[in-house]
Design a protein around this ligand. Structure first.
Ligand SMILES: Nc1nc2c(ncn2[C@@H]2O[C@H](COP(=O)(O)OP(=O)(O)OP(=O)(O)O)[C@@H](O)[C@H]2O)c(=O)[nH]1
Ligand SMILES: [Mg+2]
Length: 452
């Protein structure tokens, strides 16, 4: 099956200037010769040829064909990239024609799978192809591109080379029962350096997930303070119903917005009321507390026109350990005494006065959100890993740390060190895909789209 020649559309189906069909495998050249007219018999690889697709001697479309010869192609096999006009009927006809000429439709991710199998890329790089395509923010995409280029793979490769060097040294010690211990301090230092970087990757991985998923922000406060009004303003559309009737929002509404190039998931929740009228409201409030608990940060809203009450204090309690922005809304109709009382109740907190309705001081909300983004961006994140990589790196780190420590003490047992090295190398092989079960590989590549 891995011998079949495969073909698929690599661009989305739809109406556009160009659609690109990819063909890979040993029949590629034969297919091109059969279905493309006005292309020379001797095609020079990596050169674009303007020609025509013919079906039973009728021209179907004009095209640009580029041929890549094995092994200098994406998959490592003969590959042709055929650009045609992007019209669903033309695409279907050309694909059909290719499939009738000794090829079959590619499975999801099959081109990349072949690239991996033919050692054009390792498993980390293969995964990053898909992660790059599906990235939800500019930063995440850029980090994933680094992985695709092989930055993380390089680190791992270097570590592996050093582990092997050290392993050989240790085996010699064991073999000849030499009692002098490791002078190869350079290698150990190098391994320690790699181990430190891995530690940092693991430490940062909590933040890097946010770069893709988005920071979750909840706008919280008692009923009718103006939460939905702020939510709509952040979204720049009237997404949530606002009204002077308390309890307008009964369930939560979540939307994604981009601020500073990073995605945010902003949630508008049901306002919390002193008296709960019915079970729907009860459920809404339960969800509100759940959302607050799960959020990365909270905008806590108070009302400048109504007395501070126990509901405000109760909500405040739930956000005490959260990153938060506290705002007093409706400053346009504020009551001086109420403002004073609020401030005296939250003496230790920084509180901003705003009016969503009159657009007063709304900048503080944007600054708060920007600040959250900058906290992440400034973290000196140099690698991003996915869940699979994270788990393996954790295991690897578990072998490296004692290994470095043991290697630096004179009394260490060479046999044990040798064993740690072997285990570490095995984890690396899993990471790069040198040893991976079919189940794991299927799991990874089936997530891809067809044509990639
Ligand atoms: N004067 C004034 N009114 C405001 C301001 N912000 C919101 N409002 C009004 O306050 C009322 C309640 O606003 P909402 O945004 O629905 O408040 P909410 O907190 O979502 O309310 P619930 O969903 O019922 O908990 C509406 O009539 C808004 O027009 C403001 O800054 N000043
Ligand atoms: Mg509301």
């Amino acid at each position: 099956m891995d011998d079949d020649t495969i073909a698929a559309l690599s661009t989305p189906v739809g109406i556009a200037g160009i659609a690109l069909i990819r063909v890979s495998g040993k029949n590629t050249l034969g297919i091109i010769n059969n279905i493309v007219e006005r292309i020379p018999k001797k095609i020079i690889p990596k050169r674009a040829y303007h020609a025509f697709i013919v079906n039973e001697s009728k021209r179907v479309d004009e095209c640009v064909v580029t041929l890549y010869k094995k092994p200098n192609s994406y998959t490592g096999e003969d590959v042709a990239e055929i650009s045609i006009h992007s019209n669903p009927f033309i695409i279907e006809e050309v694909l059909d024609l290719i499939l009738r000429n000794n090829a079959r439709g590619a499975l999801p991710g099959e081109f990349t799978y072949r690239a991996f199998k033919n050692r054009k890329i390792d498993l980390i790089q293969a995964e990053s192809v898909n992660e790059l395509i599906n990235a939800n923010s500019k930063y995440y995409a850029s980090m994933k591109f680094d992985n695709l280029e092989g930055k993380l793979s390089e680190l791992i490769k270097k570590l592996r080379a050093n582990l092997i060097k050290l392993g050989i040294k240790i085996e010699t010690i064991i073999e000849f029962e030499e009692d002098q211990f490791l002078e190869e301090i350079d290698i150990i230092d190098e391994i320690q350096k790699s181990s430190k970087i891995i530690e940092k990757i693991l430490l940062n991985s909590r933040f890097t997930e946010v770069l893709n998923k988005g920071l979750s922000i909840v706008v919280a406060g008692k009923v009718n303070v103006g939460k939905s009004s702020l939510f709509n303003l952040l979204l720049m559309e009237d997404r949530s119903i606002t009204s002077h009737t308390p309890g307008t929002t009964r369930d939560f509404i979540r939307e994604r917005v981009y601020i500073n190039g990073l995605p945010f998931e902003i949630t508008d929740v049901a306002g919390i009321d002193k008296v709960i009228k019915d079970s729907v409201e009860q459920e809404g409030i339960k969800r509100t507390y759940e959302k607050i608990k799960k959020s990365d940060a909270v905008v806590f809203m108070l009302d400048a026109s109504r007395e501070l009450d126990e509901t405000d204090l109760k909500i405040f309690k739930t956000i005490k350990d959260k990153q938060r922005l506290i705002v007093i809304n409706k400053i346009d109709i504020a009551n001086r005494n109420i403002l004073k009382k609020i401030r005296s109740n939250f003496e230790k907190e920084k509180i901003y006065e705003i009016s969503v309705k009159e657009n007063i001081n709304i900048d503080v909300v944007f600054s708060f959100l920007n600040g959250l983004v900058n906290n992440i961006k400034n973290r000196d994140i140099n690698f991003i890993v996915n869940q699979r990589q994270k788990e393996l790196l954790k295991r690897l780190e578990g072998f490296l740390r004692p290994l470095v420590k043991m290697s630096k003490t004179k009394e260490s047992n060479a046999e044990i060190i040798a064993e740690e090295i072997r285990s570490a190398i095995k984890v690396i092989a899993e990471l790069t895909g040198n040893i991976s079960s079919d189940e794991i590989l299927n799991g990874i590549f089936s997530e891809f789209c067809v044509g990639k």
